[in-house]
Design a protein around this ligand. Structure first.
Ligand code: FPP
Length: 243
């Protein structure tokens, strides 16, 4: 395991997950179209990924597009998909060189072929990196993930590969998109909304939450450091009583 650097807040989170909310309001406040906010949001993703090593964050999971986001206008959805393609194309080399391993979670079936190809390529080209594990949730919904996992589990039962008696709390997570990741220690949501919006439902059962007012395009590495420091002072009991 990579040693936690001296610059990291003591007892800080190893896995941070972020619901990046507020791009639309940030753009509207400037009299600009919503996509202008999403582009500004993409630049913040870069800053936050770069800040992870010195904060001791080994895993960063970000919510880029939910299974519900298809309900937005066709212009916004198409603009976001084009932004994801551009982000992957433009950032791939820097991510690889900075030791970032990228994974995508979510249902790829509804995404266009070109985007899925770029996602596959980025996963493959960063597969040997281990400094920071960046997971991008794209067409992701927690309920959808649990439903897909349950379907695969049921197929294994039907095929005789798994006995119903052996299904317990350890079994289902092995079928989730996140099966290779630890559970998030800290989940942050920007923009003043106090909802989890179908994000990492199973995995965040014992996560600490931070709901902050900052709109995502205004989020900074300094604010992330403050939240990590505050996390280090929390007493996580996982249902137990203090010793
Ligand atoms: C929520 O803000 C944000 C999204 C649905 C998109 C998140 C996407 C990005 C941050 C862009 C880049 C991401 C990557 C991985 C390149 P909102 O539009 O709901 O804001 P609002 O609540 O103010 O309307």
């Amino acid at each position: 395991m990579t040693a936690v650097p001296d610059t990291a807040p003591p007892g800080g989170p190893r896995h941070v997950a972020i619901i990046m909310d507020g791009n639309g309001r940030w753009a509207q406040a400037r009299g600009r179209p919503r996509l202008f906010g999403h582009h500004a949001g993409a630049r913040r993703v870069r800053d936050v990924v770069e800040a992870c090593p010195e904060l001791g964050i080994k895993y960063l999971t970000i919510f880029a597009f939910s299974t519900e986001n298809w309900k937005r206008t066709q212009v916004e959805v198409a603009g976001l998909m084009s932004l994801f393609r551009r982000y992957i194309t433009r950032e791939a080399r820097a991510l690889k060189e900075r030791g970032v391993r990228v994974r995508f979670i979510g249902d790829r079936l509804r995404l266009d072929e070109k985007l899925v190809m770029l996602m596959d390529q980025l996963e493959e080209m960063t597969a040997s990196n281990d400094l920071v594990h960046l997971t991008i949730a794209l067409n992701y919904g927690g309920r959808d993930e649990v439903a897909r996992a349950t379907r695969r589990l049921a197929q294994d039962v039907a095929a005789g590969r798994l006995s119903p008696d052996d299904v317990d709390e350890e079994t289902l997570p092995r079928y989730l998109d996140t099966h290779v990741l630890p559970d998030p220690d800290l989940v942050i949501r920007t923009s003043g909304e106090a909802r989890i919006s179908n994000f990492l439902l199973w995995q965040s059962a014992y996560s600490e939450y931070e709901f902050i007012d900052t709109l995502w395009p205004d989020f900074s590495a300094q604010e992330l450091r403050r939240l990590c420091t505050s996390y280090g002072t929390r007493d996580r009991r996982f249902g137990a009583v203090p010793a």
